[in-house]
Design a binder for this molecule. Structure first.
Ligand code: SF4
Length: 325
């Protein structure tokens, strides 16, 4: 049984102008200890899909699915007690901007020990000792002194380390990292990514790494899901996806990587924007931006599946070796 099994997930936001399909029929599985990268531009549904798993979709968002199972429990239909025992303990999430994730009114100690007392039933003294250990584990020097700091007294990198310490406090089986390096200085980004990769290996936890940056995902992910306009358009082993991408959107994203510029002065760009509620095509959603579009692309692109792989394109052809397309 996979640790995470999402089938047919939809997240819709109705408005007086129509319905925004933020996530459209997303299915994926994640094994224990596996690292899955989810990439795509802003508005592609990467964060919303994981927020649905966490039960964090704001009103008037609507979530429906065949199932969203974590360790065999369907978190969408589970009782509130079961869901609470899973989310925040077995599943933890860190967000893009650590400064807005930490509560500015409370010290690091209060925020860390509260989690440990709530989920682990520790006394304040036990929780404080454990908080010190966790800060040390995420590379914060002089942890006892840092416990008394307020968030505004910490740098961006240190705040993100505190958030990571809080996320791993309950030894989650799944860590969701939503653009964990995007808001940080370039010099700190690599350190935080290294830290996440190290902790993931040490603790054997599964991780979903959400990023708009293919380079970041290529560093740590074993499999990668590429999302566009709420749909997974390609899901493959990372090696295969980076070596032989099959979907035109994946190919365009890879061409836009500075590492693949081959010394050209101008980087490749993808003209146009991710469609919104009012300009959503009736056929393949990528068609208005796709340089390989043909007449058939005015029809919705079929999702071709193989074990562990998916491609959503009329022209995807490779059916070899058990891979999608
Ligand atoms: Fe491009 Fe057509 Fe494939 Fe869509 S279905 S990605 S328009 S080739």
């Amino acid at each position: 049984m996979p640790l995470l099994d999402i089938a047919g997930l939809h997240v819709d936001f109705p408005s007086h102008q129509g319905v925004l399909h933020a996530v459209d029929d997303l299915s994926l599985q994640l094994e224990e200890g596996e690292v899955l990268g989810i990439v795509g531009e802003s508005g592609s549904g990467k964060s919303i899909s994981m927020m649905a798993l966490m039960g964090l979709i704001p009103f008037p968002g609507r979530v429906r699915a065949q199932h969203v199972r974590f360790a065999g429990h369907d978190v969408l239909t589970a009782s509130e007690v079961t869901r609470r025992s899973i989310v925040g303990s077995d599943i933890a999430m860190i967000f893009q901007d650590p400064m807005t994730s930490l509560n500015p009114c409370f010290t690091v100690e209060f925020q860390m020990t509260e989690t440990l007392r709530l989920h682990k039933g520790m006394t304040q003294k036990q929780a404080r000792m454990r908080a010190c250990e966790l800060l040390e584990q995420v590379g914060i020097a002089d942890p006892a002194r840092r416990l008394s700091a307020y968030p505004h007294q910490l740098s961006g990198g240190m705040s993100q380390r505190v958030m990571i310490a809080m996320a791993i406090a309950c030894q989650p089986r799944l860590l969701i990292a939503d653009e964990p390096t995007t808001a940080l200085d370039v010099t700190v980004q690599a350190q935080i990514l290294d830290l996440l990769a190290t902790l993931q290996k040490e603790q054997g936890m599964a991780m979903v790494l959400i990023s708009h940056n293919m380079g970041v995902v290529s560093e740590v992910a074993q499999r990668v899901a590429v999302m566009y306009a709420g749909q997974v358009v390609e899901l493959q082993d990372a090696d295969r996806l980076f070596d032989a991408p099959q979907h035109p959107y994946t190919q365009a994203l890879l061409q836009a990587m500075p590492e693949r510029s081959n010394g050209q002065a101008r980087l490749h760009t993808i003209a146009g924007m991710v469609p919104g509620m009012l300009d959503r095509p009736s056929g393949c959603l990528f068609a208005p931006r796709c340089d390989r579009a043909q007449a058939i692309c005015t029809k919705p692109a079929p999702l071709r599946r193989a074990p562990q792989a998916q491609v959503r394109c009329h022209l995807a052809v490779d059916t070899s070796h058990g891979h999608a397309a």
